[in-house]
Ligand binder design. Structure first.
Ligand SMILES: [Zn+2]
Length: 166
């Protein structure tokens, strides 16, 4: 008689623990995203007020769309929203912003942006155990000399690519 009761209690106990852990994870994720949001807001304010060598139109776009430009080239720009989304747009149509999905885009944006804004270094992802060496730069993060200096490897300069995107 006592055995099934004990079993039931044990089961309920585990379910509660599991649910508690789930909540703890959600809270941890929320405070991490709050932190990201605060940092992006701060750096965006710096970007908008600093006399840093950014194209003037980029500052207008960043102010209007409330996004922090992470990296840009002749074609367009990757930028971060304070809510953690990474977006891209072309210079020709800056109001046509696309949500950039994919961990390697996020990695690239944050890694390149951290060179410009050192506060963002805390968001550079650690290399996961199952990541693969980038085949384009042979894991060095640097493209061969024949590429123009400002070209960024498709790994973003990290030298590795997430396993699920290779
Ligand atoms: Zn690479």
């Amino acid at each position: 008689m006592s055995f099934p009761e004990g079993d039931a209690l044990g089961y309920n106990g585990s379910a509660l623990r599991a649910e508690h852990e789930l909540h703890a994870n959600v809270e941890a994720q929320m405070s991490a995203s709050d932190h990201f949001s605060t940092v992006i807001e701060d750096v965006l304010q710096q970007f908008l007020t600093d006399a840093s060598p950014a194209p003037p139109e980029l500052r207008d776009i960043a102010a209007r769309a409330h996004v922090l430009p992470l990296m840009w080239d002749w074609g367009g720009c990757f930028a971060a929203r304070p809510n953690g989304e990474i977006i891209s747009f072309l210079w020709d149509e800056p109001d046509n912003m696309h949500l950039a999905t994919g961990a390697h885009i996020r990695n690239m944006g944050l890694y390149q942006a951290a060179k410009r804004y050192p506060t963002l270094q805390q968001f550079i992802p650690c290399r996961p155990a199952d990541a693969l060496d980038c085949p384009q730069c042979n894991g060095t993060g640097h493209l061969p000399e024949l590429f123009p200096k400002n070209f960024v490897c498709s790994c973003g300069g990290l030298g590795w690519l997430p396993h699920d995107e290779t």
